[in-house]
Design a binder for this molecule. Structure first.
Ligand code: CS2
Length: 488
């Protein structure tokens, strides 16, 4: 990268008009605290919020909080919170500079500032992208995992929290007369309701009257969020510098497609997100299930099978004829029929649009990024679909193949012997369960109750389909098996 280039900063904005919205920008006060300041937030909610402010005004500047790592703050602080989004499609790239992020904090280093931000009466919404594991959920009960190390610690030190429920409740406790709305933007089933439950469980363990008040007074709308946002590479930094004529230490690559469906329950007000293209609805469930099962379920299936076959990116995976045939058939016949969607929702069109998005050759979305945290991702993405299919007496072979590919991925080696890194909050346990090898692998993993609900784990048809798929993967490899399963 050219070291002579200046840094992206507010004083560069006049020279960057081509990368800004032409609408007049009025510097907003902070109205939103966001927990989990990753690439996804910066390319999704932050852009929607900026577009809503540009179209309709309002003080909805964002204070972005990283719960642990300082790297995003350290990259963006010298830039006054400015950053660029590299919007990429098959036909080219647009670069947009985003101004909505007004402040960056790191919870592990600036706890008081984070708590002050949460208690600021001007803040009316707290949004979250903390990934599935950030919710401290006990999947067996759907409530808070009270034994989670961060939760157990926070319940002893509620004024100095470290967990997500700990922060949310520490903020709410101080604002009994003007609560904020809590908006989950993670890929969890019923994300708002799930978050409400863990927050209530946590609050109840501290103080029953606080929990009762939260139950009555705090809104937790559910949302469906969608945009493919890969991790940033040095090539992205170079592309940003070339387009902007200045250095952005942490640009975000993203596809042009974006979607946000939000339950419209914001007692303390909200940005006019509908002006930015968001859909405000009463019930997000049909959209959320369609997206989790069709997009994310297929993403995970492709990622594990492709990694076994030494294919690194999603576009290359979906360009492989056998994998394409498999996922096309899965979406059409195994997943789409389980969706309860309005009559206007065209399942075939949704499938085709997703396949076209996956094929975007400019994104270089790495399968490894999708493969991480499989223990958290499989249940909402694939297991619910499998349970529904079994309940209706249908075969689950293709769904089982995706899950079996994850089981084989846990062994840590691709078919050519390349190392596959396991990045998962349950990594140690999963690695130990995978270590004894193929014999008995399915049964050992099915016994993990945090992943497989008991009814599904006990279903002989499911276990048999998993065993067949694991055997086929071991015998014939991922691509040959995909071809055969596409034709079943
Ligand atoms: C992906 C998602 O990393 C993953 O697991 O499946 O991040 C996916 O790209 C987004 O949900 C798309 O909206």
């Amino acid at each position: 990268m050219d070291k002579q280039l200046p840094r992206l900063a507010p004083d560069r904005l006049p020279a960057l008009a081509a990368h800004l919205s032409p609408l007049p920008w009025v510097e907003p006060r902070i109205g939103i605290v966001h927990l989990g300041l990753g690439n996804f937030h910066r390319a999704h909610q932050a852009m929607y919020t900026e577009d809503a402010m540009l179209a309709a005004g309002g003080d909805w500047g964002i204070c972005g909080v990283s719960l642990r790592r300082p790297d995003t703050r350290d990259a963006l602080a010298p830039q006054g919170g400015l950053y660029s989004v590299l919007i990429r499609d098959a036909d080219g790239e647009r670069v947009r500079v985003v101004r909505a992020l007004r402040r960056m904090l790191v919870a592990t280093q600036e706890q008081d500032a984070v708590l002050d931000a949460l208690r600021d009466p001007h803040v009316r919404i707290v949004t979250l992208t903390v990934t599935e594991k950030g919710y401290c959920l006990d999947p067996r009960t759907g409530g808070l995992d009270i034994a989670h190390p961060l939760v157990a610690r926070d319940l002893r030190n509620p004024d100095h929290p470290q967990s997500v429920p700990g922060y949310l409740v520490a903020g709410l406790r101080a604002r009994r007369d003007h609560p904020y709305t809590v908006l989950s933007c993670d890929n969890l089933a019923h994300n708002g309701a799930a978050l409400r439950r863990v927050v209530l469980d946590y609050a109840r363990a501290l103080d029953a009257s606080l929990a009762d008040w939260i139950e009555r007074s705090v809104a937790f709308p559910s949302t469906m969020v969608d945009r493919i946002v890969p991790a940033t590479t040095d090539a992205d930094r170079e592309a940003a510098a070339a387009a902007l004529g200045c250095v952005d230490a942490w640009p975000v690559p993203a596809e042009s497609f974006r979607q946000w469906v939000i339950e419209d329950r914001f007692p303390a007000g909200r940005p006019a997100w509908e002006h930015a293209g968001a859909l405000l609805v009463e019930d997000v469930t049909p959209y959320e299930t369609a997206k989790l099962r069709m997009l994310n379920g297929i993403h995970s299936t492709l990622a594990y099978l492709a990694l076994l076959a030494d294919i690194e990116t999603v576009d290359r995976a979906v360009a492989q004829a056998d994998l394409h045939a498999l996922v096309h058939r899965m979406m059409s016949e195994d997943i789409a029929p389980t969706l309860t969607v309005p009559a206007s929702f065209d399942r075939a069109r949704y499938r085709d649009d997703l396949l076209a998005r996956f094929a975007n050759p400019t994104l270089k979305h790495r399968c490894m990024q999708i493969a991480m945290d499989g223990s958290q991702k499989l249940p909402p993405r694939l297991l619910g679909t499998a349970a529904d299919r079994l309940r209706d007496g249908h075969a689950v072979d293709r769904l089982a193949l995706g899950i079996a590919a994850w089981m084989r991925f846990l062994s840590g080696r691709s078919e050519s012997g390349a190392a596959l890194e396991l990045n998962d909050p349950m990594a140690d346990r999963l690695r130990a369960l995978a270590a004894p090898g193929a014999e008995g692998l399915v049964d050992r993993l099915l016994s993990v109750a945090e992943i497989f609900p008991p009814e599904l784990a006990a279903d002989a048809r499911f276990a048999a389909a998993l065993r067949r798929a694991c055997d086929a993967l071991a015998r014939d490899g991922a691509l040959t098996t995909a071809r055969r399963y596409a034709a079943l």
